[in-house]
Design a protein around this ligand. Structure first.
Ligand code: IMP
Length: 203
């Protein structure tokens, strides 16, 4: 069973590949590169589901009619910032910003926020788009808190500043195996896997 990944983010692709392998599912995550690359998508819907749908539909136009596209839209919601950066996580420090700049902006914005107000959660929406307009949506969340300083070298994005609930280390210190056991992406993937195991007609 193939799912064509509607993303150019190598980190997301690697995590989803690892989750697919670890789950023992007969699912292959196929890069958008095999159909010429992920089309440019403006993520302007204001919701994780809306942005995921735009990405999945954009790739779907390049796929065979029977194929399924898989989109991941995700982000970090910080309580003290009213849920920001949220759906804007990839562009927090500006339209051309990279992960390091976004992380640095969050560190700076949160500098004077005390420990008891540093709650946050990651959200991941996985959206499948298939033949005849078929659509499935799976959402995962990972609650935790923000450290004052980034720590650790694994993962990507905001991982170095985010400590999951029940842990003392950041996601970037915990590493891929632990992250894939508890992350927002892992939670969403688990729901998708349940759906596949229940006999979904994804080919
Ligand atoms: P998207 O491409 O609009 O889904 O943007 C996702 C952005 O959210 C990424 O660029 C990261 O900044 C952030 N993000 C999503 N998932 C993770 C994660 O697992 N770790 C760290 N940052 C993440």
């Amino acid at each position: 069973m193939k799912l064509f990944l509607a993303s150019g983010n190598a980190h997301k692709a690697a995590e989803l590949q690892a989750l697919a392998l670890a789950g023992g599912l007969n699912v292959e995550i196929v890069s958008a590169r095999v159909v010429g690359g992920m089309p440019e998508v403006v993520e302007d819907t204001g919701t994780f589901v809306g942005n995921a749908r735009k990405k999945a539909l954009a790739l779907r136009t390049k796929l065979p009619v029977e194929a399924w596209a898989l989109a991941d839209d995700s982000g970090l919601c910080v309580d003290a910032l009213g849920g920001a950066p949220g759906v804007e996580s990839a562009y927090y420090a500006g339209p051309q910003s990279d992960g390091a700049a976004n992380l640095q902006k969050l560190v700076t914005v949160m500098r004077d926020v005390p420990d008891e107000r540093r709650g946050a959660h990651f959200v991941c929406v996985l959206l499948l788009c298939g033949p005849d307009g078929a659509e499935m949506i799976f959402e995962g969340r990972c609650a935790g808190r923000l450290q004052h300083e980034p720590r650790g070298g694994a993962g990507f994005g905001y991982d170095p500043i985010f400590v999951p609930a029940g842990q003392t280390l950041s996601l970037a210190e915990l590493g891929e195996v632990v992250k894939n056991g508890l992350s927002h992406r892992a939670q969403a993937w688990a729901l998708l896997a349940d759906w596949v195991r229940a006999g979904a007609t994804v080919r």
